[in-house]
Design a binder for this molecule. Structure first.
Ligand SMILES: [Zn+2]
Length: 71
């Protein structure tokens, strides 16, 4: 019984930690031209990294998951 309780406890803690991390700001700004908030860094939980091929090399760009879906 104790082992099961500990396991649940850990899962809850992990979920809470994940939520806190999701509310943190990343250092990335949204690349969407129709972004609803282009001046603020994207929250970690909302970050959609996209590998974009340009001339000769690939580069990573970032979107809000919402902006990425609405493209
Ligand atoms: Zn955006």
């Amino acid at each position: 019984m104790k082992a099961i309780q500990n396991k649940n406890q850990t899962a809850i803690e992990r979920a809470q930690r994940k939520r806190i991390e999701g509310e943190r700001s990343s250092r990335h700004f949204c690349a969407s031209p129709s972004c609803f908030d282009p001046r603020s860094p994207i929250l970690v939980g909302d970050l959609q990294p996209v590998l974009q091929a340009s001339v000769g090399k690939a580069k990573m760009v970032f979107f809000h998951s919402e902006c990425w879906k609405n493209q």
